[in-house]
Design a binder for this molecule. Structure first.
Ligand SMILES: Cc1cc2nc3c(=O)[nH]c(=O)nc-3n(C[C@H](O)[C@H](O)[C@H](O)COP(=O)(O)OP(=O)(O)OC[C@H]3O[C@@H](n4cnc5c(N)ncnc54)[C@H](O)[C@@H]3O)c2cc1C
Length: 403
């Protein structure tokens, strides 16, 4: 039993710990290259094992293969997976964000076709939202889905920063279906098979040397009418569900980055840092922050009931968790120096990966605005384009560029 576990939570924790104890020898390494097909396949298979043991989609309803438990039990599973030093699920985007969106907005056919293979790692998913000119202002996306003669759609446009698209089987894609209404209203969500004719994936290499995310080009991609998720014109509401789960996933996925124990061990293991008063003071500050963020997050989770779509409060966990994680790696790098960047250390990957999380899932500035307006009830930012049809906005932009 861990801090404040209820008897039921303690029972679940014991189940998770016991299963991991018995199966950890069969787990692939925690880190490896996503460009190595063998490693990705091993991670998919391990995800399948976690799913069968009820450690993957802990909060999904039982009828869709989940465990039907609350988010706090998901945290318990993550904690134990981290403690056992084995990898978690590969498809965090699918299971953590897109699956819950399909459960909330998808048709019964979509759920029964897609949720099982997603959960077991047979089909990995990617999130096709961001575009070169639409990140923070996601509702400004320009990818167009036009109605085809047969009732389906033809898709054209470009997406960017698409994590895992290089090995994804499906993507959940936000496209504009009506340019003549205000920008938030003319959007629709689609399921796109990544091997459909007209879909081209091109890797983007990051500072870590890995190419984890991609550009995705869409040229006359044909989609059937039943590829729509949540109804034509309802894409903004459907996208918000994904974004809320994304903030929750990043905000509470901290077990693997900025771990107080790992940081303390790294510093305790360094002879000079151990004697350095300033390093010890910073360690105290950073660990206090990491623990405060974590326990505040747990408190927020306990009020989220089972199956509930998280609200804008999840943004607070995302901002504070990522900032605390970045402060932790800054300290590790300052103390360990070049040793922190040796490829085999966990700090090396985190140093290049964590700063990106400041942007992924909503930037700090955007989330601070959301928290101010929607959680604290502060006055809203002036929105000059409210109510203006998207086509009118685009034509104003073109005129501004010309003049
Ligand atoms: C590691 C990583 C993985 C990602 N994976 C995916 C993925 O799988 N699928 C996907 O669709 N996207 C993905 N993204 C993209 C991510 O969602 C965007 O980076 C994010 O939404 C920000 O958009 P942008 O990069 O275009 O920045 P911009 O929107 O151009 O913002 C640039 C800067 O301007 C600031 N800014 C913008 N507007 C305002 C405003 N109104 N007020 C104050 N400040 C503002 C921002 O805070 C930021 O500092 C990923 C990004 C990263 C880093």
């Amino acid at each position: 039993m861990d801090l404040n576990d209820t008897p039921e939570q303690a029972e679940y924790r014991a189940h998770v710990r016991d299963w991991l104890e018995r199966h950890r020898d069969q787990a692939p390494p925690r880190s490896g290259s996503y460009e190595d097909g063998g490693y990705v396949d091993a991670r998919r298979a391990w995800q399948g094992r976690l799913a069968e043991a009820g450690l993957a989609a802990v909060t999904w309803p039982v009828q869709y293969g989940g465990r039907g438990l609350g988010p706090i039990e998901q945290v318990t599973a993550n904690q134990e997976i981290s403690r056992a030093q084995v990898p978690g699920i590969l498809d965090v985007i699918g299971i953590g964000m897109l699956g819950p969106c399909l459960i909330a907005h998808g048709s019964e056919e979509q759920k029964s076709r897609h949720l099982g293979p997603m959960l077991h790692g047979d089909e990995v998913w990617c999130q096709l939202f961001s575009e070169p000119a639409a990140g923070s202002d996601l509702a400004a996306i320009q990818s167009r889905a036009q109605v085809d003669g047969d009732g389906g759609f033809v898709l054209n446009g470009q997406k960017v920063w698409t994590t895992n698209a290089q090995f994804a089987s499906f993507g959940l894609l936000l496209a504009r279906t009506d340019p003549d209404v205000p920008k938030h209203k003319g959007l629709t969500m689609f399921i796109v098979p990544m091997d459909a004719p007209g879909v081209t994936v091109r890797g983007l290499r990051q500072i870590s040397g890995e190419a984890e995310f991609n550009e995705v080009f869409l040229d006359d991609v044909r989609l059937p009418a039943d590829a729509v998720v949540g109804g034509v014109g309802n894409g903004w509401g459907t996208a918000l569900t994904v974004l809320m789960f994304e903030r929750l996933t990043i905000g509470f996925g901290s077990e693997n980055f900025g771990s107080p124990t790992h940081l303390a061990q790294a510093i305790a293991g360094d002879e000079t840092a151990r004697r350095d008063v300033d390093a010890r003071r910073r360690l105290g500050d950073v660990i206090t922050e990491l623990l405060a963020v974590r326990f505040n997050g747990y408190r927020a989770l306990t009020v989220l009931s089972r199956g509930q779509i998280p609200g804008p409060e999840a943004g607070l966990a995302k901002v504070t968790t990522v900032n605390a994680g970045v402060a932790a790696i800054d300290l590790a790098v300052d103390v360990l120096g070049p040793d922190a960047l040796a490829p085999e250390t966990e700090w090396s990957y985190l140093t290049s990966f964590l700063p990106g999380l400041k942007s992924a899932g909503g930037t700090e500035q955007i989330l601070r605005n959301t928290i101010g307006e929607r959680v604290l009830g502060l006055p809203t930012e002036p929105r000059l384009d409210k109510g203006v049809p998207f086509s009118e906005l685009r034509s104003r932009e073109r005129q501004e560029v010309r003049s």
